[in-house]
Write a protein that binds this ligand. Sequence first.
Ligand code: ADP
Ligand code: MG
Length: 286
Amino acid sequence: MSDTQPLLDVRDLRVDYDVAGAAAWRRRTLTVVKGVSFTIAPGETYGLVGESGSGKSTTGRAILRLADVSGGSVVFDGRDVAGLGRRTPLSYRRDVQAVYQDPVASLNPRHRVGKAVTDTLARHGLRGRDKQRFRAVEAFEQVGLTEAHLSRFPSEMSGGQLQRVAIARALVLRPRLVVCDEAVSALDLSTQSQILDLLTNLQAASGVSYLFITHDLGVVRHVSHRIGVLRQGELVEQGTTREIFEAPQHDYTKALLAASPAAHPAGREERRATRVARRAATAAAA
Ligand code: ADP
Ligand code: MG
C-alpha cells in the first residue's frame, strides 16, 4: 500500500480554539491539535486512538472541513483543502463523509429514514424521485436493510439499524473516505461486531478508506490497518496494527494497552468479541 499515492495526506495539522481566558473579556487561544501528520492510502483504514479530550474528533472535524485549520495542510487526492473554507468544492463534500456515534442526533424524528438518504442525493444534484429511490434502496440493501426499512421512523428502529441507516447515507454518495467518529461506541458488543464486519465488507467491495476514530483499543484493533496514538493533540506513535499491539514503543501506548482489557490478547472481552464476530460472520454467510 506504501507505493501508492496517499488518498489523504495530513501534514503538521494544527487546530486552535478561541476560548475565554481567566478574565472573560480576554480571549485566549487553545491549541488542541498540535502538528499532527499521517496519511491514509486508498482502501486503507487508519485508526486514531486516544483518551477523551486528546483531539481525535477535532482532527476528524478539520478533515471534514467542519473545524478551521490553523496550520499545516490537508491534502486530499493531491489537492490541499485546508485553506479553502467555504470555497471547499461540493465534490470534496461528496468524497469525504462521516458516521458519528449517535445516529439519532442526525435524523429528523418526524421523517421516515429513507428521506435522509434521498435528501442527501438531492442535495448533491441527483434529480428524479425514481432515481433517488433506486439509489436509496440499493444503499439500504448494501448495509443489510431492506426496501421496507425506508419508510420506518427512527423511533421504530434499533440502535444497530439506525447506525446502518447512517452508513447507508454516508455511502450512497460513493465517497472515497469516511470519517467514523466513535461510530460503534454506543452499541452493545454483538452489534458492534456486526457493524464493524459490515464496514470491513463494504471496504472490500468498494475500496473506500476509513479514518476510524475511537477511544476503544479493542475496536481499533479489529478494523485498522495502521494506527496512530494521540495524546493531548500530539501523535506519540504510529505503526501497523500489529506493531502497536505487539511491540508498542511509547510509554503512553503501553499504558493505554495495559489499561484496556479488551485490547489484550488474553482479555476475556476480546475472546468474547471474536466469538461473537465469528458467529455473526457465519450467520451472514448462511
Ligand atoms: P476527543 O474527540 O479526543 O475526545 P476533542 O477533539 O473533542 O477530543 O477535544 C479536544 C479538546 O478540545 C478538548 O480539550 C475539548 O474540550 C476542546 N474542544 C473541543 N471542541 C471545542 C470548541 N468548539 N471550543 C473550544 N474547545 C473545544
Ligand atoms: Mg471525540
